[in-house]
Design a protein. Structure first.
Length: 289
């Protein structure tokens, strides 16, 4: 089970503040220095990190470093041509999460959601509060609130399907959301997008957790090597943040590029995944020194 909504929001808020502190510092900060700047005891600060990511603040700071994305290009770059794609009508496994997905037909997409019943709810996630939306067949929208606020996130996602009927149903969506955010159990995904966008989003689903790829690599993998800019636009239009992992697409230079829900969220996601993929992370109770 996920932590409570209060815990989720509080923990991500602490992570966001830590990113700002690390960026503003001239060099690495010790556990005591970070904790002091956060107004917490070292023990309290350590517990929050342990609960959120499973590693110490000292180690996690390495993953939050501005240059870490460039290191990922060398150490954990994924060539999508070598990835085993399951196809939109198939199923795939992300860690311990069994994910089933399907695409809406082009005709259905062109109708702007007319005749479609969209359920929605405001639910906790490891990256702050999220607006979660879904059809009867699966999740179709996940937007993160921390950087943008509820209003813009609501307008963004609901504006993609202006003719749909909206029904509040956080309870009904919660099991899929908990599986998606917890990376355990089974979740369903109903992709609503134009055909080119769907090709790009399918490619994103083949990037392993803890790895990254480039916009150019995605373009090559879908047979459109010159369409890097169009691929970047499609990545940015991904309506299902986190589960369709657009945060794993970065620039060939190692720059993060953009992120629709805010760059601090993207950095936190990449750091969170990199920490879990690190073979040296032997214990969730690692002690910072």
């Amino acid at each position: 089970m996920l932590q409570t909504e209060t815990e989720q929001g509080y923990h991500y808020h602490v992570i966001r503040r830590a990113i700002e502190m690390i960026d503003a510092a001239d060099g690495p900060l010790s556990l005591d220095e970070l904790a002091a700047q956060m107004g917490m005891s070292a023990a309290h600060f350590q517990r929050i990190f342990s609960a959120w990511v499973g590693v110490s603040p000292k180690r996690f700071q390495q993953y939050l470093a501005l240059g870490h994305a460039k290191a990922l290009l060398t150490e954990r770059f994924s060539t999508l041509e070598a990835a085993a794609g399951a196809g939109l009508s198939g199923s795939g496994r992300l860690h311990d999460l069994f994910l089933r997905w399907e695409a809406m037909s082009p005709g259905e997409f062109a109708k702007g959601g007319k005749g479609l019943r969209l359920r929605y709810g405001w639910l906790p996630s490891p990256f702050g509060e999220a607006l979660v939306m879904g059809t009867d067949r699966g999740l179709c929208g996940i937007g993160f609130v921390e950087e943008m606020g509820r209003g813009p996130v609501w307008d963004d996602l609901t504006g993609r399907w202006p003719e749909a009927t909206l029904v509040e149903d956080a309870g009904g969506l919660r099991p899929w959301a908990e599986a998606a955010f917890g990376q355990r159990g089974e979740s369903h995904l109903h992709i609503l997008g134009a055909p080119f966008q769907i090709k790009v989003w399918e490619a994103l689903l083949r990037i392993p957790s803890g790895h990254v790829t480039t916009y150019g690599e995605i373009a090559k993998s879908i047979g459109a090597p010159k369409a890097v800019r169009a691929v970047g636009t499609a990545v940015g239009r991904n309506p299902v943040g986190w589960l369709i992992p657009c945060h794993r697409a970065i620039r060939a230079t190692g720059g993060l590029g953009g992120y629709h829900w805010g760059l601090p969220v993207k950095r936190a996601m990449l750091a969170w995944e990199a920490a879990r993929a690190d073979p040296e992370m032997a214990s969730s109770a690692e002690i910072a020194k």
